[in-house]
Design a protein around this ligand. Structure first.
Ligand SMILES: Cc1cc2nc3c(=O)[nH]c(=O)nc-3n(C[C@H](O)[C@H](O)[C@H](O)COP(=O)(O)O)c2cc1C
Length: 300
């Protein structure tokens, strides 16, 4: 991937390449450069390199921050910890698994200084920055071994809310699941991110308003670009009046975001009837079974 990209940037096909990968070394100007493949941090082909003789790690975007201070070194500049964390949250967080893989490579190195592409050069306690990345990339499970399913809904006349509550009952029939339910309009973005991150299953409910999904639902889904989607399962549901466009839009958006979306949207016209409430309950049961790995979508 890097080769065509470099050719496009330079505007020439006439370039000689020597391909490198993890553990490949190059001797140049009396120095030994070791290469480390650190993909997705934050371009697909990203690499880091390490100069053996100087114990210097060129980490690329990893350990970067959008922070400028002409004193350059981390022990001379002002407090940039907020910028360091902000950069992690917005650039690295969607690729936590890749961060953990990169840290495994870095940990083997004796490092005197880290030179990221952005922000201060890290010569004081360079390994402390590895520790910070490690802490932020931990995938903690707050509920022992239980999987978490979170329902996010928006409602105007409580029709979708009713659906959400019956779906919740269905989910709660699974003892080994933790089910959450949230009115999206009452949540702050930081809270949404933490909830989404710990949820293996995500259910999104909304009415159709003017042939679209309400803005808080689009805002909720836009948060997903800051998170890792690997292994997450999603579905959507909602009440509608006559056309119900929001459901297919959100269903497709969830797929585009690379969730696994095994169920068709559950659409209910206006106020759920008794039979439709049961349908919602069963939807919750089925979704819970999929999250628990007991039912694959192929068998549905
Ligand atoms: C301003 C407004 C616009 C609406 N536009 C649509 C629409 O385009 N298509 C549709 O199927 N229903 C439409 N509806 C109907 C709602 O989707 C329906 O009342 C639904 O049951 C509301 O669910 P809720 O109580 O969860 O908000 C509209 C309702 C309102 C108030």
């Amino acid at each position: 991937m890097a080769e065509p990209m470099l050719k496009a940037i330079v505007g020439s096909e006439n370039i000689k390449f020597e391909k490198v990968w993890t553990n490949k070394e190059l001797k140049l100007g009396g120095k030994t450069i070791q290469f480390l493949s650190t993909p997705n941090l934050h371009w697909p082909e990203t690499m880091s390199s390490y100069i053996v003789e100087d114990r210097v790690l060129f980490s690329g975007d990893v350990f970067g921050s959008h922070y400028f201070d002409s004193r350059v070194f981390n022990d001379l500049v002002g407090d940039f910890s907020y910028a360091f964390q902000y950069y992690y949250e917005h650039i690295m967080r969607p690729f936590k698994s890749d961060v953990i893989a990169a840290l495994k490579l870095y940990e083997k190195l004796a490092i005197d200084m880290i030179l990221p592409l952005h922000g201060p050069l890290l010569r004081k306690n360079p390994k402390s920055y590895l520790k910070l990345y490690e802490t932020w990339s931990q995938k903690t499970k707050r509920f022992d071994e239980k999987e978490v399913v979170s329902i996010f809904y928006v409602t105007s006349y409580k029709n979708t809310k009713q659906m959400a509550e019956y779906i919740l009952d269905g989910l709660e029939s699974h003892e080994n699941l933790v089910a959450n339910i949230y009115d999206v309009t009452a949540l702050e973005e930081q809270n949404i991110l933490s909830i989404l991150e710990e949820s293996k299953g995500v259910l999104v409910g909304m009415p159709t308003i003017n042939a679209d999904a309400p803005k808080p639902i689009w805002d909720l889904l836009s948060c997903m670009m800051l998170l890792e989607k690997k292994g997450k399962i999603a579905a959507c549901f909602g009440s509608y009046g006559w056309s119900g466009e929001a459901l297919n839009m959100i269903h497709n958006r969830l797929k585009d975001l690379r969730f696994r979306v095994p169920l068709e949207p559950l659409k209910i016209k206006l106020i759920p009837t008794k039979a439709e409430k049961l349908e919602c309950y069963n939807f919750g049961i089925t979704f819970g079974e999929i999250v628990n790995g007991k039912m694959m979508e192929m068998s549905l």
